[in-house]
Structures are given as structure tokens and as C-alpha cells.
Ligand binder design. Structure first.
Ligand code: SAM
Length: 264
């Protein structure tokens, strides 16, 4: 039995802490971090650390600011502010081998939340929410801006959870035709998920470093949208012989591409 385990069994404080947080919790800070410094957490992050995670003095944490790398640290003061003492900066990258943009037509209810969370965990570097003809959800400008803010918060918490130190981007909600027009100039491989496509995803040979993956809404693309997507350079690909729900399709294709690229 290693000494760490003996210490765990003999020291109830270590045991309790270790069971609560086997890995130091990761906290995102929305400002540039520094090594060997006393960092005051924002009120929201302090609330999360102290009230939700129930951390206390001397508890270990990992801080990251989304610009790459992370800082080991511990809670050094709890008072009017919660202060973390950072140690050195670790250049730890957990990004995927390929940069995939998930261009997702709006899905209803909480499905978009699920898609954002899972796409970030899998390694998407950008998510573009798209309003398409058959999207059940219709968002006016104000509601669209609020949803994007909400999805950006989900990105942060997913990065805290999955270990990514670079923040994937959530683009503002765009109309599908405008996105496709703009995509004409986009470099990299462009794929459109289409259950009726001839080419299977597994047959994509040249997996590029940059890929845009277009996914239809619950009702699929209409004929004009499929045509414009083809004209914009999106090759149709299918995933097996079964029709997947929109929230399954994008994440499945993302996982398939990562496997083809050797990331999995
Ligand atoms: N009846 C619709 C159709 O045929 O397009 C079904 C739409 S499906 C529920 C929602 C979206 O998920 C589709 O527009 C497509 O982008 C993607 N999708 C679902 N199953 C797929 C498959 N087997 N192959 C490729 N894409 C798929």
C-alpha cells in the first residue's frame, strides 16, 4: 500500500477532502491570470467555489482564463473576497487534433443546451447556431442574444468540467442563407449532414485540419437549403442507415471525425 493511501486512511481531514474532490476543481476566471500571485475570484466564482463546491481554506484548485494553460493554486484567504494563491503556469493543451466548427440549426427546448455541452466536451472549437426554414424555434434579436449569453455560460462550465483551457466560441445566431453565403470564402473541409447523401462519413479520406459541420433542425433542411449548401461547397455525408435526432447527429459526426483524425 503506498504512503498516500496510508495517509488517507489515517487522516480523516485528507480522507474527507479527497472523497469530495479527488481532482482539484477547475475554476474559470474572466481576466488574465498570473503565476505566483494572490488572485481575487469574482463574486460569482467565489460563490461557486465556497457555496456550491464547499471549498475551504487551503483547498487546492486549478485556475484558467481561457487563453491556454492553467495554474495550480489553493484558497489562501476567505473574507470579503475569496483569494487564491497561484503557483506556476502549466502549458497544458487539451484541444482536439482538428478544429471543428459545428454549424447547428436551432433545435427546440433544451436540446441546444445539450448540444453545446456535448460539443464542447468532445472538442468543437466553434458553434454557430443557425435559424433555418424548418427550425421549430424562432428567436427575435433580444431572445437570440440572451440565448447566446446562456450558451456561453454553458461553454465555461463545460470547460471547467472537461479540462479544456481554451474557450470555444459561440457565434451570434445567424440565418442559414447568410451563413452559407459567408461560407463560400471559408477554407477547410465543409460537410453537410444529410441522411440521403451517398457518401458515408467514414469514407471521408482527407480529414482536413479545419472542418465545418452543418447539421439540420428536427425537420431537416428543405430542398433549397440543401442546394445552396452544395453550391457553398458543403459535401453531403450520411451517418449509417438510421435517421438520428438532430441533437444526436452533430455530436456523433464530431466524434466520428475525431476518430478519423486520430484524436480518439
Ligand atoms: N426527415 C429529416 C431529413 O430527412 O432530413 C430528418 C431530419 S434529422 C431528425 C435532423 C438532422 O440531423 C438532419 O437534417 C441531418 O442534418 C442530421 N441527420 C440525422 N440523421 C442523419 C444521418 N443518418 N445521416 C446524416 N445526417 C443525419
Amino acid at each position: 500500500m503506498g504512503t498516500g493511501r496510508v495517509e488517507l486512511l489515517q487522516n480523516p481531514l485528507v480522507l474527507t477532502r479527497s472523497l469530495r474532490h479527488p481532482m482539484p476543481p477547475r475554476l474559470y476566471c474572466d481576466f488574465s491570470l498570473r503565476p505566483d500571485a494572490m488572485i481575487a475570484l469574482s463574486d460569482a466564482t467565489a460563490h461557486h467555489a465556497l457555496r456550491v463546491l464547499r471549498l475551504g481554506l487551503a483547498d487546492e484548485v486549478v485556475l484558467f482564463d481561457g487563453a491556454g494553460g492553467e495554474y495550480a493554486g489553493h484558497i489562501a484567504e476567505i473574507g470579503r473576497r475569496c483569494i487564491v494563491r497561484t503557483g506556476s503556469w502549466s502549458d497544458i493543451e487539451r484541444e482536439a487534433a482538428i478544429a471543428v466548427t459545428l454549424a447547428q440549426c436551432l433545435a427546440s427546448g433544451e436540446k441546444m443546451d445539450w448540444i453545446v455541452q456535448k460539443a464542447v466536451e468532445l472538442g468543437a472549437c466553434r458553434i454557430v447556431p443557425l435559424q433555418s426554414r424548418r427550425s421549430v424555434v424562432r428567436l427575435d434579436e433580444t431572445r437570440a442574444a440572451r440565448r447566446v449569453e446562456h450558451w456561453r455560460r454553458l461553454v465555461l462550465s463545460s470547460c471547467e468540467q472537461c479540462g479544456r483551457n481554451r474557450m470555444p466560441d459561440i457565434a451570434p445566431v445567424a440565418a442559414l442563407p447568410e451563413f452559407l453565403a459567408h461560407s463560400m470564402q471559408t477554407a477547410g473541409l465543409k460537410l453537410c449532414l444529410d441522411p440521403a447523401a451517398e457518401q458515408a462519413l467514414g469514407a471521408v479520406h482527407a480529414v482536413a485540419r479545419e472542418i465545418t459541420l452543418l447539421v439540420g433542425p428536427e425537420g431537416g433542411f428543405d430542398e433549397t437549403e440543401t442546394l445552396i449548401a452544395r453550391q457553398a461547397g458543403f459535401a453531403g455525408v450520411r451517418l449509417g442507415a438510421r435517421v438520428l435526432r438532430t441533437e444526436t447527429a452533430g455530436c456523433t459526426a464530431l466524434a466520428g471525425l475525431l476518430a478519423l483524425a486520430g484524436d480518439f
